[in-house]
Design a protein around this ligand. Sequence first.
Ligand code: 3HC
Ligand code: NAI
Length: 687
Amino acid sequence: MVDLEIQDGVAIVTIDNPPVNALSEGVRNGLSEAVQKADADDSANAILIICSGRTYIAGADIKEFGKPPTGVSLFDVHDAMEGASKPIVSAIHGTCLGGGLETALCCHYRVAVASAKFGFPEVHLGILPGAGGTQRLPRIVGVEKSLDMMVSGKPVNARFALENGLIDEIVDDLFEGGMAFAKKAGAESKLVRVRDSSQKLDEAKADPELFDRFRKKIARKARGFDAPEAIIQCVEDTLTHSFDDGIQAERERFMTLVSGAKSEAQRYYFFAERQANKIPDVPKETETIAIEKVGMIGAGTMGGGISMNFLSRGIPVTIVESNQEALDRGVSVVRKNYMRGVKSGRITEEGVDQLMALLTPSLSLEDLADCDMVIEAVFENLDLKKEVFTKLDGIVKQGAVLATNSSALDVDAIAAVTQRPEWVLGTHFFSPANIMRLLEIVRAEKTSKPVLATAMGLARKLGKVPVVSGVCPGFIGNRILFKREVQADKLIYEGATPWEVDEVIYNFGFPMGPFAMGDLAGLDIGWDAESSRGETEIRHKLCELGRRGQKTGSGFYNYDPETRAKTPEPEVEKLISEISGNLGATRREISKEEILERCLYAMINEGARILEEGMSQRPSDIDVVWVNGYGWPVYRGGPMYYADTIGLDRILAKIKEFQAQDNDDFWQPSALIESLVSEGKGFKDMA
Ligand code: 3HC
Ligand code: NAI
């Protein structure tokens, strides 16, 4: 895993631990031995650390967390490096992350190729940089930038790294550049140790409000997480503690975080997201289709947002509408969205023009004939979608992927109207489609493996997180959401207020509860004045009264026109109470515990049914859908992971209790949960 070779007076230490050169036990042992040998070898006056494969060290080996420590510790490796008697230079390419960056910071010098990235993503795993990162980074780039880097977890590029002293030089060629620098450093024989610098810390001492400001800035995003505050405290220590005491405190906080339930859930989630990429019967080598030109049908909310994903990556899109007005409106919304980036400095106006030049508006499906992929995002109406696919079948070249963005409809029925159902699948983007990462890939009965592999690969290229779903109403995400909505509605007819339900769900860690979410999405989705049932459905009643959600200034809540802050509306409580009466429901006080259990266990039971029916490949895929698409707090892993932490036996007992109270079959326990409980197993035990 680690090789040592002397060349031209430089001891070259090469790390080779695919796929990402993680600091596994073998790497730590090998690095420690190689550095000590090289330091003692008189034929070398400098040491160059370089990595094989696609990247420099991308961090500690996450699989080792939670297991008893083995081999040489990373601290001992770092001490040996920092204490070496001759300069150590790291030559960096790919992603230098976490423990990898911490290792680089223990070198006396760092050079990198221009494409390299540097960062501390530990926060995403619910931990902090625990091998000196919180103490060394502020000494180089300063306190404020360190806080930004470590609390956001976002990597910085080589230009930023150079400008902020994180690296000493950008080189054209990794090996040649690294060697040249190492030879120079060897000749000068000067040892620069990050731990000894104090200038950046002195600058921060002049701004004592800095930490409070930072805490306020991140409060909303950091809610519920433990790692951000722990990172801030470690950085505060750099101003008040000696380096060694800071390291000690960092280690203690790291140990607390890494052994906590939140980090365990976040680590589980890291692997769940990667697992979701894998389709057992579609091997990695499956042939894919090159997508170089895309057709989009419908320039509404979704059509515009989906198009932006392609345009932003330089893939031309032809967008087709049914009328000129809708087409113009759709195209102008895309431009407006890009122009927001001009204001924030992310893109120039010329850049926007270049992106817009890739978008060809059209009123004719015939213009999609030579596209490699066509995505349909017209209204959610099965007959309309069938009509569109029938036409597409006669127009689009053979060998193109035909996708529907339906959020719930029968993709098999849509595929069946074509002569090429194996080329059809669902690509269910989430709104706003240019921002949301989740992409449900709906595998229809006849979808071919290359088509599926193409969609998965394309999703990754677009920076999305793809999850495969079978064909069922609402697929994985919305199908589960519907169940939560049913319970949330029942709860308010039985006596809870919408604010109580929302508060329970918010406090669990969701960004908002179901009623606030309804107001945000618009209560009139799917509502029709002609068939409105305001006597028995609160959403219908609110629509009838013009309270259609945030866009009309009121829905369940009233919204401040300036700040959009929401306040509960007592009249809404009265309306709900009247509807309860119409429904013959008995109102009573409902505990927070019951609210939470009914909302979440309804989801878990449905998730189990989805698994039972083979609509999801594995429990963790459901978790990926809910964390990415619906704001399930990642530090609780996802609904299926959470179910295991509660215990399926307890959940089953509760489901049966709810079932006994209800007259309908809503709470019919999933057969999968029953069988897992009878075997003493959880979802995690499903192979
Ligand atoms: N440990 C163990 N396995 C890892 C890993 C790590 N740090 N990083 C990636 N892997 C594995 C993945 O699970 C995946 O395995 P699979 O092929 O069996 O599914 C494989 O490596 C490739 O990973 P990706 O699919 O994510 O590859 P990409 O090319 O898309 O991305 C990457 C590469 C940017 C390095 C990304 O993998 C990543 O972000 N990795 C995590 C980096 C990280 O969090 N580092 C900090 C670790 S904690 C730490 O260092 C603590 C320290 O402070 C003490
Ligand atoms: P929308 O109403 O904003 O846009 C639909 C567009 O399709 C309209 O501009 C309409 O003029 C156009 N259209 C209708 N018939 C057409 C035809 N025959 N040819 C060309 N254009 C035609 O709808 P939205 O929200 O964009 O939804 C589109 C699809 O995406 C639906 O299937 C919906 O269920 C799905 N979806 C919507 C999400 C959302 O949050 N809005 C999220 C995920 C999926």
